[in-house]
Design a protein around this ligand. Structure first.
Ligand SMILES: [Zn+2]
Length: 244
């Protein structure tokens, strides 16, 4: 039995934990940016809907001003009716009055339509604020958590590295060299294929020949999966007491 297989399995577990931290280091900042971006986008919807509403309210104020002015002019024209002397004057003032009345009517209609749109838009503004608050409420704790994790990654890695320094000298140099060579080439960091009763490589699922399987189980020499290149190790080597 190769005595160091147990430690090799420990080393693999340690390295996978390091790899996990490294992956987090790569992926967490992007996740934070995505969460922050969705808050920003929801905020922009609030801003643009509010701006639209303000524009419409300003337009409504303009119509209201027009209506008021037309009413004032109408009042003056109606007063002038009392001091009219000629038919020509009378016709002219009547035309004025008609003009002002028409102006008031059309401005009233437009103001009314605008009022309807303003009410609808107010609903949209309320909705967009609710949506913004919801996204913010959901994302901010996640962002804080991720940022905390990002901040802790380096110290996590150095902590795990210390564990590695404890275990790696217990693995023979030859085995360690083979293991490290394969590990450097693998994105996942997984080098060992832990073999159990199902007679297949745990990494690529190739079925193992009975003789090979028995040799792996005995753990007397190093075997590499000819299909995926993983080091084949009997899974229970991790816990010697389970071995018969
Ligand atoms: Zn394999």
């Amino acid at each position: 039995m190769m005595d160091d297989l147990e430690f090799l399995i420990q080393l693999q577990e340690i390295d996978l934990r390091i790899r996990e931290q490294e992956l987090s280091q790569e992926q967490f900042p992007a996740a934070v940016a995505e969460l922050e971006n969705s808050i920003k986008k929801a905020g922009e919807v609030v801003e643009s809907t509010t701006a639209k509403l303000q524009k419409m309210e300003a337009e409504r104020a303009t119509f209201e001003e027009q209506i008021q002015k037309a009413h004032e002019s109408l009042g003056k024209s109606q007063e002038r009716l009392n001091s009219i002397k000629t038919n020509r004057e009378y016709d002219a003032v009547h035309t004025e009055i008609e003009t002002y009345k028409n102006m008031i009517n059309s401005a009233e209609t437009r103001r009314k339509n605008l009022q309807g749109e303003i009410e609808k838009l107010k609903g949209s503004v309320d909705e967009s604020i609710k949506e913004y608050e919801k996204i913010k409420g959901e994302n901010e704790p996640k962002i804080a958590e991720l940022k905390e994790k990002i901040g802790a990654i380096d110290s996590q890695i150095s902590k795990i590295m210390k564990e590695r320094e404890q275990v790696s000298p217990k693995v023979s140099k030859h085995l360690l060299r083979t293991y490290d060579q394969i590990r450097k080439k693998r994105k996942t960091g997984r080098v060992l294929s832990l073999i159990s009763d199902n007679h297949t490589c745990a990494v690529c699922f190739k079925v193992l020949e009975p003789q090979l399987y028995n040799e792996i189980k005995r753990g007397t020499k190093l075997h590499i999966c000819e299909s995926c290149g993983s080091i084949l190790v009997w899974a229970q080597a991790a816990n010697k007491e389970q071995q018969v």
